[in-house]
Design a protein. Structure first.
Ligand SMILES: Nc1nc2c(c(=O)[nH]1)N[C@@H](CN(C=O)c1ccc(C(=O)N[C@@H](CCC(=O)O)C(=O)O)cc1)CN2
Length: 303
């Protein structure tokens, strides 16, 4: 269970102050003996000390995954580009897919909403107190209702209406904003429009949706009503990466709450809003700290 802190610490307590000099390396490759040794030796040889390291071998696919956070022993800012060039030799030899980033760099986020504002409100607040290592660069909505929320946090609000006839034009506008604002992550915070296959391809691995059910149960629209009619005893929320297959993307985080026969659909929905905010905020925070690695249809989460 992640404990939220407002002291600028990340999901698991590693300091994430903007003055943080540490770097994060994430990698995936075919498994073989000695990968951790190779990475550790590379970092030691280049004058870096490891702060945190996690790894996992997926026995199903014989693929190896690793997240290591480290900082330079010597004073001064690390030369990230030089380190990337040096690591390319190790990465190439071990057939790695890898990423090397500055831990202090906040993920630039574009939040997409429709009419439900609870997740937007939660993310804006958590970002404002630096509970999430993100910078909300803008809000996009197909309705004007939530502009006041973005205005309260001085975040630019972009009203991009969507109809069946204008869907492609609307998506082109969103992609323009992704480029113009140098967005790292798009968050669908109860955005109630289905993204086209092309949009999903362009945002592959960098768009997170909150679905208000425990997927794979109750996909599609009105999941609370589906669950209520089914008489479930637990309702949930699922944060997942967006793919062309609606609500089928790799799951990042889930949250549940108990309900019973005496509760109305409105009471269930109100309880569900808490789940949605928790699951989405955790997923965004984990992604922003490069703690989520894609493993086919699944994710590996290094909390
Ligand atoms: N390509 C994808 N697009 C979206 C996903 C996804 O996983 N892949 N998640 C949805 C969110 N969502 C459930 O979480 C969802 C949103 C909207 C609908 C839907 O039927 N929308 C209708 C229009 C409804 C309206 O106008 O109010 C539609 O788009 O025709 C189902 C599920 C976000 N997008």
């Amino acid at each position: 269970m992640t404990t939220w802190r407002s002291t600028g610490q990340g999901a698991t307590g590693v300091e994430l102050a903007d003055t943080d000099r540490s770097l994060v390396l994430t990698l995936a490759c075919p498994d073989q003996p000695g990968i951790v040794l190779e990475v550790a030796r590379f970092l030691a040889d280049h004058g870096y000390s490891i702060l945190e390291s996690q790894q996992f071998r997926d026995a199903r696919t014989s693929r190896f995954f690793m997240r290591v956070q480290f900082e330079p022993v010597q004073e001064g800012a690390p030369d990230v580009q030089a380190l990337r060039q040096a690591f390319a030799g190790v990465g190439g030899r071990l057939l790695m897919t890898w990423q090397l980033t500055r831990a202090a760099d906040r993920a630039r986020v574009l939040i997409m909403v429709s009419r439900e504002g609870h997740c937007l409100n939660d993310l804006l607040y958590r970002s404002s107190i630096r509970d999430l290592h993100i910078e909300v660069a803008g809000v996009v909505s197909n309705h004007p209702d939530l502009a006041v929320l973005a205005d309260n946090y001085e975040v630019p609000f972009h009203h991009v209406p969507v109809t069946p006839e204008t869907r492609s034009v609307a998506e082109r506008r969103v992609l323009e904003l992704v480029d113009e604002l140098d967005i790292d992550l798009v968050v669908l915070a109860r955005y109630m429009q289905i993204l086209s296959d092309e949009m999903c391809r362009k945002l592959d691995g960098r768009a997170i949706n909150i679905h208000h059910s425990m997927l794979p149960s109750f996909k599609g629209a009105r999941p609370y009503h589906q669950a209520y009619e089914r008489g479930v005893k637990l309702v949930g929320a699922t944060a997942h990466y967006v793919t062309a297959d609606l609500d089928e993307g790799p799951i990042i985080e889930q949250e549940v709450a108990r309900i019973d026969h005496s509760m109305s659909a409105a009471q269930v929905t109100a309880l569900g809003r808490h789940n949605e905010c928790l699951a989405l905020a955790r997923a965004v925070g984990l992604h922003a700290e490069h703690r989520v690695l894609l493993d086919g249809a699944r994710t590996i989460v290094f909390r």
